[in-house]
Ligand binder design. Structure first.
Ligand code: ATP
Length: 336
């Protein structure tokens, strides 16, 4: 029997099928004419994670999600969802729930009527299940109200309820918090966290870095159609040399002392007339403090500088864009 091939004619990697990642892609690509919307994307989404998929406008997030949900065919590479190659994802049935476009509901019908109608399209669904999902998304009390009277946040939650009806193992959401006010965002954040606590894997694209930092166990940053960083959120933010702020009597002297220290080199800058910030790979705050004190600097306060996902993201994307500029002219890709 001939070896099975993917849409680009490459042999299908059987290991992808046995994989226990919720989503795995290898060299996943989508071209629209000369535009490389997704360009060799390697992504691994562990089961049980709440995974944030980040990237600038035009980076290829939606196109990736459309390939994962079977709306768009890849032009090259492989992707598997719950161990099933995307080309054969019909066999997944209700194991994957997705909210990719704005959810469309009949405004004159209630949440209950909308859900019953949509659920009936994919087979008989127990009334109890609809009640359960409405309770999960916190809409029980308003389930009989016309959806036309719902806020944007309530509609988003109803969209998630709809995706939850068949008890999926994986939920794929394209910008679930976009356009929501802070209350709406908090509602969606709490809902996603509790779903993840119940064992669901959730993969979502987002521009809300603070939200993602608070809720997502894992993140990937995509730029120009490729993954430029991915991993466990806390680990990624801790991975880079963390900075420490020192309140000192003489910042000028502090900078001199730090610059004159034995290697490894210490990066330091004045933050204001009393504070310097320093960081060095392999040197912790206590060691930097000792160097300052030995150099005759009086230190009155030591504070670790927490790296935010925003600073990590901005740095990662700008490095990727600079790197790409170095190879400009060789790529026909458009977008960020
Ligand atoms: P955003 O954050 O703005 O939603 P994104 O990361 O989701 O952006 P995509 O929508 O995947 O990015 O788009 C990636 C690139 O592919 C962009 O340059 C976009 O213009 C292009 N693109 C997407 N869909 C099509 C299409 N149907 N035809 C032609 N080009 C497309």
């Amino acid at each position: 029997m001939a070896a099975e091939t993917d849409v680009a004619g490459h042999p299908v990697d059987e290991a992808l099928e046995a994989d226990d990642a919720a989503i795995r892609t290898r060299g996943l690509s989508k071209r629209y004419g000369r535009v490389r919307a997704v360009d060799g994307l390697d992504l691994t989404v562990p089961r049980g994670s709440l995974f944030g998929f980040l990237g600038p406008n035009g980076a290829g997030k939606s196109t990736t999600i459309r390939m994962l949900t079977g709306l768009v065919r890849p032009t090259a590479g492989e992707a598997s969802v719950l161990g099933v190659p995307v080309a054969r994802r019909l066999t997944l049935g209700g194991r994957v729930g997705a909210l990719v476009e704005q959810p469309a509901f009949y405004a004159h019908l209630s949440a209950w009527q909308n859900l019953s109608l949509l659920a009936s399209l994919s087979g008989p669904t127990a009334r109890k299940r609809l009640e359960e999902v409405l309770a999960v998304v916190g809409l029980t009390a308003v389930a009989r109200r016309r959806v036309g009277t719902y806020s944007h946040g309530m509609r988003q939650r109803l969209g998630i309820a709809q995706a939850l009806v068949p008890r999926p193992e994986l939920l794929i959401l394209d910008e679930p918090a976009s356009g929501l006010d802070p209350e709406g965002m908090a509602e969606v954040r709490e809902l996603l966290t509790s779903l993840r606590d119940d064992g669901l894997t959730i993969f979502l694209s987002s521009h809300m870095l603070a939200e993602v930092e608070q809720t997502c166990t894992h993140v990937a940053v995509v730029a120009r159609g490729q993954v430029v960083a991915q991993g466990e959120t806390g680990g990624m933010l801790r991975g880079a040399a963390p900075g420490t702020r020192f309140v000192v009597d003489d910042p000028g002297r502090a900078l001199e002392v730090l610059a004159a220290a034995e290697p490894p080199a210490i990066e330091a800058e004045a933050v204001d007339e009393r504070t310097v910030e320093a960081r060095a790979k392999g040197r912790d705050a206590a060691e930097l403090n000792a160097i300052l004190v030995r150099g005759g600097v009086r230190v009155s306060e030591v504070t670790p500088v927490r790296r935010t996902l925003e600073s990590f993201y901005l740095e990662t994307v700008s490095n990727a864009v600079e790197e790409a500029a170095g190879t400009a002219g060789t790529s026909g890709r458009a977008g960020a």
